[in-house]
Design a binder for this molecule. Structure first.
Ligand code: NAD
Length: 353
């Protein structure tokens, strides 16, 4: 066995159906008395229902969370936390809302409590991102890692089916790349494989019945594992490419992950055969990259970059950006091969060399 370094996450995880009932005692345990509840405008009712459980402990509600944490929104939320004398931020929502909680923590050091309602996994990482003048700056800071995460699958029952599929594949991307990370370790690999299995097996029952609580529970369990992988080890081509495409062409986060993942895996497949074998085993398929593509296609996801708003004349620039600033990846970044890969993703074709 190779040597490795493993730092376990210090988050406390409270998982299960109706675990939201335990939120008051979790705040009590942390000595928190005035939390600022965060949400998007569309999830205000859901966040209010959570706040209603916290009689006397809510400083206010800020419902302005939006994708990629624009700095103006971060400033407004930070100001609201100050003005209301909040002692913590309680994020009820997906990666955008958790991201806003992290922006508050980064500036003020206030603890974040997360109640995730998608499968993006941000709540399991010390990674923050703030967008200024169209550029998203990301970094790691232990202060932004939520102190407690309440994973209650009932809160994800309302997640629309399209987003359910792409968000689950977004989670799977963390685990897939975690399996070939240059700084990976055997504990994280176990989590990654189990996370992939849980996510993959949740999707078919959810397609048949989006209200299937057992399947929602599986998906959320998988999302936690995959998010933990994202927080623990370095990501490669797939995440860098999605970051570039999302930021440069303003494409929706989980849709980009869904359109790219199979192609990024194919690009790396020959250079990471053990990772591919584990991914294929988790999915119960012969070929990992093709299996991911089929999973998304069968679940009705949009598999083409074109259909999620990528301009054809942006492909060259995307390939240039992807090949610039090299970072650790199983296969070296070759501009022309990346350009061919992007062309296939643009057309929604299955992955190929
Ligand atoms: P999101 O948080 O933007 O949510 C998408 C939409 O779905 C929003 O309108 C939201 O209100 C709605 N929604 C969420 N849960 C719902 C539910 N249960 N019922 C009904 N509607 C619901 O999307 P996301 O994919 O979760 O997060 C994407 C963002 O998170 C991106 O900015 C991405 O960069 C970031 N992210 C960060 C990390 C990290 O570690 N820092 C990890 C993953 C994602």
């Amino acid at each position: 066995m190779q040597s490795f370094v493993y730092t376990a996450s210090s988050s406390r995880i409270v998982f299960g159906s109706n675990s939201i009932d335990r939120l008051p005692e979790e705040l009590e345990r942390l000595g928190l008395k005035r939390t600022l509840v965060l949400c998007t405008p569309g999830q205000r009712d859901q966040a209010m229902a959570v706040a209603d459980r916290l009689a006397g402990r809510v400083a206010g509600i800020f419902d302005g969370a939006t994708m990629h944490v624009p700095i103006e929104v971060a400033h407004k939320a930070q100001e609201a936390a100050r003005a209301l004398g909040a002692d913590s931020a309680l994020a009820v929502g997906g990666g955008s809302t958790v991201g806003l909680g992290k922006a508050i923590a980064l500036e003020s050091g206030l603890p974040v409590i997360a109640v995730p309602t998608t499968y993006a996994g941000s709540e399991a990482t010390p990674i923050y991102g703030i967008t200024e003048a169209g550029v998203k700056r990301t970094g790691r800071d232990p202060r932004v890692l939520p102190r407690v995460v309440i994973y209650d699958p009932r809160l994800s029952l309302s997640l629309p089916m399209g987003l359910t599929v792409t968000s689950t594949i977004n989670a799977m991307a963390h685990a897939a790349e975690g399996l070939y990370a240059h700084d990976g370790n055997p504990v994280i690999a176990l989590m990654a494989e189990e996370g992939l299995r849980a996510c993959a097996t949740a999707l078919e029952p959810l397609r048949q019945n989006p209200q299937d609580l057992a399947a929602r529970t599986q998906a959320l369990y998988g999302a936690w594992l995959c998010g933990t992988v994202l927080g623990a080890v370095s990501m490669g081509l797939h995440h860098k490419l999605c970051h570039t495409l999302g930021g440069s062409f303003d494409l929706p986060h989980s849709d980009v992950h869904t359109a790219i993942l199979a192609h990024a895996m194919q690009y790396n497949a020959a250079a990471a055969p053990q990772a591919m074998a584990r991914i294929a085993r988790a999915l119960g398929v012969e070929d990992a990259a093709f299996g991911i593509h089929e999973l998304g296609r069968i679940q009705g996801a949009t598999m083409s970059l074109r259909d999620i708003g990528m301009p054809a004349d942006g492909l060259d620039r995307a390939a240039d950006l992807a090949a610039a600033n090299p970072y650790p990846n199983p296969r070296p970044l070759e501009r022309d091969a990346l350009r061919r890969m992007l062309e296939r993703a643009y057309r929604g074709q299955p992955p190929a060399d």
